[in-house]
Ligand binder design. Structure first.
Ligand code: COA
Ligand code: AMP
Length: 635
């Protein structure tokens, strides 16, 4: 490798990462502080998975906090909590954050939480959510953050899979002006779960006081106050840092495992190489701690780099208006922002001319990154004409933990590659991306197929599924042995720009939130009137996709369709969460299936979107497609 990582242009960095991966990632690993530097850069674990940095000893919370404080940066801002829904703003320095993390870590130790134990975190967007994550990391406990929008049964599923010793939560979240009490959801989830956590620690927020269960629930503030600060536990590079559940193609979520070493190296590298950020810069990922973006770029990435991270408890609109994003950028001097296109679609709808932007000086903003769903060309064009900075689409997944494709702003020659509408640009170092047809033949430029990555995946990407390694092999590696199946379809153009066209499996993307059709189908199918159902993600102007349910009634059942739909909508809200945006259920006489009985969801989705498609040759009865098309037209 000619030169240091910072001196490399994109092409050199990319080639070096594929031609000499150990040299490349050794250089990246040398940029973080280890208690013991790895003995191996790449090696295989007992499952035969290539893992990174074997023998390395570190602590991710130490890297994110202590290291900066010891280097004299204790007074620098670590977190900027901006909460229009509670009219609060708070800046937390690295020294203050470290102090609170030490105490909360000590509180966990006091509850008997040890290295390797799991802790579920079910919290809104408040500093304590990040403190909880870092406190777990400090003592080598494995956190599993569950998005606050999930209803009790989904939380219970995750509790049962992770089997946490303790749950950390808060009395409520706030959605626009609505207070969402969390404690009843948590209590219901614990009642539903077989694996009962020993304790729940509840942060009482002034907006809502949660009833506490004596002997089980602890009041966060007095618990934190009373605890002794905990020292860092040294962990191995391969020890898990966290489990994050994501939707697969079945109703059961997959526990993506992230290890400490690869994660720290990859995120630290990405902060400069992709996002162009150095210590002291302000980074704002407008997401939620419950999603991977929140993990990587609200909590860990910016702190590993010594940046200030904005934690925004609000919405792009109506908190109080569509100027919220511009205000936060201007007030906090944000250099790099990361947001889902859906947020800007909401802004565009309420303020098409972006007139509210004029009230704020956003000249501090250097890069606007978007991800989480496809950046549709109208939103791209609107953004391009609205902000003065490059609008950078980049593509990644919970599984990878950081970008697979992006225009990299921190390489030596960012100016060489312009962004192109509809494309997240080129693969980043470590990702050997290919496009395959269904038979595993590699496709050339402009040919659409399955997007895969030749193994091994780079540091930071998942090495397994929690408690079910076979599922990892089956879901990602069995279709094309040696190649990681992303689940996305797409193509490259003649210049190597990648275009991601959407999921080719049964995963939906609703307002940047990932959900499986199976998760919703399980709920809909449980209605006593329903014999069978299919849920598909149909294109939606605001949310990218919204779920639509096709429902087949049991013989002899006589229900009013509108009443049935209302009941199903309520069931999905109560069992999965309102964020699923399930609002439409249509009764159909039959469902299109293959001759072997598999429901043809992709065909239904294309019908719902009104786009032409080839009728699958395996279809049992093509006439059903006309019936479905007619049913979808009904409203
Ligand atoms: N807790 C509880 N409920 C939640 C929730 C949470 N964390 N997040 C969403 N919900 C609820 C909403 O309150 C709403 O409830 P309602 O049907 O009773 O009104 C429902 O889920 C649908 O939410 P949403 O799809 O988010 O629509 P919205 O109209 O409330 O907000 C946007 C629209 C554009 C403001 C919002 O979707 C948004 O901020 N999107 C960006 C999401 C994002 O950052 N994704 C990136 C992940 S990487
Ligand atoms: P999640 O795991 O929740 O981050 O969702 C990952 C999925 O979101 C990907 O597999 C894609 O389908 C979609 N996605 C994320 N970013 C992009 C993007 N920039 N363009 C197109 N799709 C995206």
């Amino acid at each position: 490798m000619a030169g240091t990582l910072e001196e490399l242009g994109y092409e050199e960095a990319y080639r070096a990462s594929l031609d000499a991966p150990e040299e490349f990632w050794r250089s990246a690993a040398q940029q973080i502080d280890w208690f013991e530097f790895p003995t191996q850069i790449a090696s295989q674990d007992d499952n035969g998975v290539t893992r990174w940095f074997e023998g390395g000893k570190l602590n991710t919370a130490w890297l994110a906090l202590d290291r900066h404080v010891q280097a004299g940066l204790g007074d620098s801002t670590a977190l900027i909590y901006d909460s229009p829904v509670t009219s609060t703003q708070q800046r937390v320095s690295y020294a203050e954050l470290l102090h609170r993390v030490e105490k909360v870590a000590g509180g966990l130790v006091g509850l008997g939480v040890e290295k390797g134990d799991r802790v579920v975190i079910y919290m809104p967007m408040i500093p304590e959510a990040v403190i909880a994550m870092l406190a777990c990391a400090r003592i080598g406990a494995i956190h599993s953050v569950v998005f606050g929008g999930f209803a009790a049964p989904e939380l219970a599923l995750r509790i049962d899979d992770a089997k946490p010793k303790a749950v950390l939560s808060a009395s409520c979240g706030i959605e626009f002006a609505t207070i969402i009490p969390y404690k009843p959801l948590l209590d219901e989830a614990i009642a539903l779960a077989a694996a009962k956590p020993d304790h729940a620690v509840i942060l009482q927020r002034p907006q809502c006081r949660a009833p506490m269960l004596q002997g089980h629930d602890l009041d966060w503030r007095s618990w934190e106050e009373a605890s002794a600060p905990a020292a860092c536990t040294v962990v191995d590079a391969w020890d898990p840092l966290y489990i994050l559940y994501t939707s697969g193609t079945t109703g059961k979520p997959k526990g993506v495992v992230r290890d400490n070493g690869g994660h720290a190296v990859a995120l630290h590298y990405s902060m400069k190489a992709i996002y162009g950020c150095d210590a002291g810069d302000v980074f704002w990922a407008s997401s939620d701690v419950g999603w991977v973006v929140g993990h990587s770029y609200i909590a860990y990435g910016p702190l590993l780099k010594g940046c200030a991270s904005v934690l925004y408890e609000g919405k792009p609109v109506r908190t109080p208006d569509a100027g919220a994003i511009w205000r936060v950028i201007a007030e906090h001097d944000v250099k790099t922002m990361f947001v889902a296109p859906t947020a800007f679609r909401a802004v565009k709808k309420e303020d098409p001319e972006a007139t509210l932007k004029a009230r704020h000086d956003i000249s501090c903003l250097q890069y606007l990154f978007v991800a989480g769903e496809r950046l549709d060309p109208p939103t791209y064009e609107w953004l391009k004409s609205t902000v003065h900075t490059p609008v950078i689409d980049h593509w990644w997944q919970t599984e990878t933990g950081w970008a697979i494709c992006a225009k990299m702003m921190g390489v030596a020659d960012p100016e060489l590659r312009e962004t192109r509408p509809g494309s997240p640009s080129h693969p980043v170092p470590g990702y050997d991306l290919r496009i395959f047809d269904d038979d595993g033949n590699e496709l050339g430029p402009e040919q659409e197929g399955n997007v895969v990555v030749k193994g091994p995946l780079p540091p930071g990407a998942l090495p397994t599924i929690w408690g079910d390694h076979q599922r990892y092999e089956d879901a990602y590696w069995s279709r094309y042995p040696g190649f990681y199946l992303t689940g996305d379809g797409g193509y490259r153009d003649a210049d190597g720009y990648v275009y991601i066209m959407g999921r080719v499996d049964d995963v939906m993307n609703i307002a940047g939130h990932r959900l499986s059709t199976g998760e919703l189908e399980e709920v809909v199918a449980a209605h006593p009137a329903v014999a069978e159902c299919a849920v598909v993600g149909a294109a939606d102007e605001d949310k990218g996709q919204v779920p639509v349910g096709l429902v087949l009634l049991k013989d002899g059942v006589n229900v009013e369709f509108a009443a049935l739909e209302a009941e199903l909508v309520q069931m999905v809200r109560a069992q999965v969460g309102a964020f699923a945006n399930f609002k439409r259920a249509i009764v159909v006489p039959r469902l299109p299936k293959t001759r072997s009985g598999k429901i043809l969801r992709q065909a239904i989705r294309k019908l719902a979107d009104g786009v032409p498609f080839d009728v699958p040759s395996t279809i049992d009865d093509p006439a059903i497609l006309d019936e479905i098309a007619a049913a979808l037209q009904t409203r």
